[in-house]
Design a protein around this ligand. Structure first.
Ligand SMILES: [Zn+2]
Length: 261
């Protein structure tokens, strides 16, 4: 059993950083809910305890006490930055070394794949939640709320999804977590090359494994033409597959179906 203590930064009377009409406490909770829901719905043998699930403010000591008492395997604190910069960075306690730095590398890399912000690097800082927690811990800062470009990302629910799921993907790799459900493919069978190609980045941005698949064979130097027959395929789990089929049908892709891989 992998026990994650998940800590959405700030809350209640403490909004954290503010800017561009946003409050850090809301963004950290939204990202954390995606992390919680994805881990509990899609993985075996994972327990997640959150420092808060609503707009409350546990003190920093309450957060670390709870994690220590519970005996968490890992402490993940989710924050949003401010102060005139832009981009993503993550923190561990100074000179902590592996395995914490290994976990930081894996989680940091997965987030960088989807976040669409520049890489400010893996950093160290003497922060309470990193210092007082008894278990390996990291703190992520997913963009600057006072930067209009970063804040624009934070207003997009698909970005929140993707960033939350990337935290999960990093945890999956760091702790070798096993996915719960049999793998499913969601398939839109009747597209052209350009239609399939257009859908791929949209769903990759949301954290899905998406690809176009040619429905004819090409020679070694032959490129697909815009109107060649293609399928669009997303590989995911059963729950997501069910929802995606509904979503695609609503978008007019009437022949979308899901199948076990
Ligand atoms: Zn913060």
């Amino acid at each position: 059993m992998f026990k994650l203590f998940l800590d959405p930064g700030h809350g209640g009377n403490d909004p954290g950083a503010v800017g561009n009409g946003l409050q850090e406490k809301d963004i950290t909770l939204s990202i954390s809910k995606v992390i919680h829901d994805t881990l509990t719905a899609e993985y075996n043998d994972v327990e997640v305890k959150m420092s808060r699930t609503g707009d409350a403010f546990p003190t920093l000591n309450q957060r670390t006490n709870e994690a220590n008492k519970w005996g968490a395997d890992f402490f993940l604190s989710v924050h949003i930055n401010s102060g005139g910069g832009t981009g993503f960075e993550s923190f561990v306690y100074p000179n902590v070394g592996p395995p914490t730095t290994t976990y930081q590398n894996l989680i940091h890399d997965e987030i960088m794949k989807v976040i669409g912000l520049n890489n400010r690097g893996r950093k160290q800082s003497d922060l309470h939640v990193l210092r007082v927690s008894n278990m390996p811990s990291i703190l992520t800062e997913s963009g600057f709320i006072d930067n209009p470009f970063d804040a624009g990302k934070m207003k997009d629910p698909n970005w929140i999804q993707a960033v939350g799921r990337a935290h999960v993907k990093g945890l999956e790799r760091a702790f070798n977590l096993q996915r719960k459900n049999p793998a499913y493919d969601v398939i839109i069978p009747n597209l052209s090359y350009w239609q399939a190609r257009a859908l791929v980045p949209e769903y990759e941005q949301r954290g899905y494994q998406a690809k176009g698949v040619a429905l004819k064979n090409y020679g070694p130097n032959e490129a697909p033409a815009e109107n060649d027959p293609y399928q669009f395929v997303i590989s995911t789990d059963y729950e997501n597959a069910k929802n995606l089929v509904i979503e695609f049908k609503r978008r007019g892709y009437d022949r979308t179906y899901g199948q076990e891989r």
